[in-house]
Every structure is written in structure tokens, then in C-alpha cells.
Design a protein around this ligand. Structure first.
Ligand SMILES: [Fe+2]
Length: 307
């Protein structure tokens, strides 16, 4: 091939690769980021003969006033009529988002609920290279961040009767099942102090025990499992957010291994094993509004009797 021919081939390949890149970016930012999906899982953690309990997990909304499609999709989730809502944090991405979170949840606020906070409830997102997320866990620099009005959101949740599980315990009886809950603050910000609520599950007081945290770092989920909680519920990972089709996530944005970046798995620690459910979440940072091979999701978990 002549020099001119080689130059032409390189130009064609470069042009083709650029067009494919632009196409992927357009797909990720214009379509998939709004291609919400409800994932359904069954978790056999209840005592024999117990009535199933339907739990809706909402996570990582990262809501802004202008995110109308996300708001509308979440509002429709009330039609599922779950028995319980678990909100695993990162609700906010804008100082004015609190009323939009509350109105989107709408009738879900009439359902019993529990919640924990994520870093993006406390602080507004800042600009960063979206691809840096793929290289290493993000490191929030709190000192340069703008606070968000999470206390307003907390007031709204509390008005609805929802329970803040931040370093707290509670028990709810749903469908005749005594469900114990324990939760922590956000490990991604270094705020988790599981030791303040640690201790073996009291099987005389509860039929099943759930442990809730925003970011599933091993420092939090290991002792939760060792204490005997049956199901751990977390968000934060965004499912890897930008994934490789046929391969999966490249990162979890924490020290969980990528194969367990989203969905139902198990976790073993201290000689025990528990179920772990991680939500890929519904939103993204406004500065990285793309998802690829990782659709935004909410999860309806049906807790059923153990075999
Ligand atoms: Fe998030």
C-alpha cells in the first residue's frame, strides 16, 4: 500500500473509532441514563411459614429539580404497594432538591420506611473527570464541598414516620414478621461507626435482622455479617455506572469486589454468611450523567420463608 493509502486508512479508522465513541456517549447520556428498570429479587430469610414481606429499595437518586424523568419514574413506584421502603442514601444533587425528592416519593412516604445517608446527601457534587471514577474510588474532599440541606430531607422523612438508621436500631412488625434494623453513617466519607450499634442479633426479639448502610465497605459489612444480620442492604456503587458489555463493572467505588457491584449476593465474615443486596441506584452525579451497560434501577425485594 502506498503512503497515501496508509494515511487514508488510518484516517478512516480514526474517524470510525471517533464516531463509535460519540455514539456510545450519546447512548449513555441520552438514553441509558433514563432507561430505568425495576429489578425483582427474592431473599429467603424469614422463618418457616412467615408471610412474605415486599421491600422496595430506593438508592442514589442524586436528584436535581430538572431531573423530571427520574422524578416521574420514582413517583410511579407507589403502585407497587410495598410493605416497606429502604432508602440507602445519596438522594440529593442540588440545594433545592429536597421538595422534589419528597414529591417524587409521594405515596411511598405513607409506607413504613427506614433510611441512611450517603455523601451526596451531605455535600453537593463538584466537577470531576467522569472517567476518574473508573480508575480508583472517588475521594470526597469535604473541606471544599458545599453542604446540602439533608436536615430538611430528614425532617420530611421523619414527618412521614420513617426511621433514620444512622448508628441506630429499630424494630418494625410487618405482616406479622418482627424485622430488626441496624444502620450506619456513610463509610465513603469515613463517618461509619458500626461499633456504636454492634452486637449479636437477639433472636428472641426479632424474626429477621437487616443491616443498612450507604457504601458497602468491608469495614462495615464484615462486622455486620459477623453479628448475625441476615440481609445487608447498600447502594453507592452505581453498579459500576460505566460497564463493559459482556464483562460487567470495572469498579465498585469502594473495596467490594466488582462481581458483587450490584444485585443479590452473599458475604462471609467471622464464620457466618449473610445475603448482601447492593442497588445500582437511580441517578448519577450531574457532572457524570452517563450510564453504560448499567441501567438505573430500583429493587423490589421479596423476603420469603427459608426453605
Ligand atoms: Fe451515589
Amino acid at each position: 500500500m502506498s503512503a497515501a493509502g496508509t494515511t487514508k486508512t488510518i484516517a478512516q479508522v480514526t474517524l470510525g473509532a471517533s464516531a463509535a465513541g460519540v455514539g456510545c456517549l450519546a447512548y449513555a447520556g441520552l438514553y441509558e441514563v433514563r432507561a430505568f428498570v425495576l429489578r425483582r429479587v427474592t431473599v429467603p430469610v424469614l422463618p418457616a411459614g412467615a408471610t412474605p414481606v415486599r421491600v422496595l429499595q430506593i438508592s442514589d437518586l442524586h436528584l436535581t429539580p430538572g431531573a423530571r424523568a427520574r422524578q416521574a419514574w420514582v413517583a410511579d413506584l407507589a403502585a407497587l404497594e410495598p410493605d416497606l421502603v429502604i432508602d440507602t442514601g445519596d438522594n440529593l444533587a442540588h440545594p433545592g432538591a429536597v421538595p422534589y425528592v419528597l414529591s417524587s416519593l409521594g405515596r411511598l412516604l405513607d409506607v413504613p420506611g427506614v433510611f441512611v445517608w450517603g455523601s451526596n446527601d451531605y455535600y453537593a457534587p463538584g466537577f470531576r473527570n467522569p472517567l476518574a471514577y473508573l480508575l480508583r474510588p472517588s475521594r470526597p474532599r469535604v473541606e471544599t464541598k458545599t453542604p446540602l440541606p439533608w436536615q430538611e430531607l430528614e425532617a420530611g422523612f421523619r414527618r412521614a414516620g420513617w426511621t433514620d438508621l444512622t448508628h441506630s436500631r429499630t424494630t418494625l412488625t410487618l405482616n406479622g414478621v418482627r424485622i430488626g434494623f441496624v444502620g450506619t453513617d456513610d463509610a465513603h466519607l469515613g463517618l461509619a461507626r458500626y461499633e456504636t450499634v454492634a452486637g449479636p442479633v437477639d433472636r428472641t426479639a426479632v424474626d429477621v435482622s437487616l443491616a443498612v448502610t450507604h457504601a458497602p465497605y468491608r469495614s462495615v459489612i464484615d462486622p455486620m455479617v459477623a453479628d448475625g444480620h441476615d440481609l445487608l442492604v447498600a447502594g453507592h456503587t452505581h453498579g459500576g455506572q460505566v460497564c463493559v458489555p459482556g464483562y460487567g463493572a470495572l469498579t465498585t467505588n469502594c473495596d467490594l469486589d466488582p462481581p458483587r457491584v450490584k444485585g443479590l449476593s452473599t458475604h462471609t465474615a467471622g464464620g457466618r454468611r449473610a445475603w448482601l443486596h447492593v442497588s445500582a441506584g437511580l441517578g448519577t452525579s450531574p457532572y457524570a450523567p452517563v450510564r453504560f451497560a448499567c441501567r438505573p434501577e430500583a429493587t423490589l425485594m421479596t423476603l420469603t420463608a427459608q426453605a
